[in-house]
Design a protein around this ligand. Structure first.
Ligand code: C5P
Length: 222
């Protein structure tokens, strides 16, 4: 059987992980949330007092860091050096610092290596910013999800509240805009739609509709 790779990219809080998880489940593929890897590294840097802009210090930290993504019935657990940090990596200090870590070239090179390893020889749905352009440029299906910043902030806010994560709508919106700006303007593997990606504006689409559109793209390769 052929192993299809599905790359789902787009700006912050566009609904990538929500639909990626469902698509992976329906196809019985593994789901890889690459943002969670950058977030886990950021959490460790903050905890260890490592300056997120110090490239040498951050890459050294990454090289001695184990990040595991465990798929289970609740979605994906993120294990940092043996400790479950699934919830902690969503907290505000991590969100506020992650894009500074993610713009470091050495960090991106190492993450790309690890992400390709995770995708090797299996059906995979991977979400992030540079999956279709750099990590899995040969992915059979590439999706670029967008939505208005107001809609994205509102969705993330509702999600936080539902999960019991502290949340402030205005602060969220500002943080999302800031992250998009840094992610879009960085030198290495910036946030950009791959030429061969299908763009979906999810502002007024339901989760079900987005999943359906992605599965239709997958059907073309089956
Ligand atoms: O997907 P999520 O919003 O959790 O990603 C957090 C941050 O990680 C992004 O804002 C971006 O800075 C970085 N990231 C990245 N490349 C990816 C995935 C995430 O630079 N493939």
């Amino acid at each position: 059987e052929e192993h299809i790779a599905i790359a789902i990219d787009g700006p912050a809080a566009a609904g990538k992980s929500t639909v990626a998880k469902i698509v992976a489940e329906k196809l019985n593929y593994i789901y890889v949330d690459t943002g969670a890897m950058y977030r886990a590294l950021t959490l460790k840097a903050l905890n260890d007092g490592v300056d997120p802009s110090d490239e040498a210090a951050v890459i050294n930290l990454l090289l001695e860091t184990n990040i595991e993504l465990a798929n289970d019935s609740t979605g994906q657990r993120v294990i940092l050096d043996g400790k479950d940090v699934t919830e902690e990596i969503r907290y505000q200090p991590v969100s506020a610092n992650v894009s500074y870590i993610a713009k470091l070239t050495a960090v991106r090179q190492e993450m790309l290596k690890r992400q390709r390893e995770l995708a090797k020889d299996r059906g995979v749905v991977m979400d992030g910013r540079d999956i279709g352009t750099h990590v899995l440029p040969g992915a059979q299906v590439k999706i670029f999800l967008v939505a208005s910043v107001d809609e994205r902030a509102k969705r993330r806010h509702d999600e936080n509240i539902a999960k019991g994560i502290p949340s402030d709508l205005d602060q969220l919106k500002a943080e999302i805009e800031k992250r998009d700006e840094i992610d879009t303007n960085r030198e290495t593997a910036p946030l950009v739609k791959a030429d061969d990606a299908v763009e979906l504006d999810t502002t007024s689409l339901s989760i079900h509709e987005v999943v359906h559109s992605i599965l239709q793209e997958v059907e073309k390769y089956k």
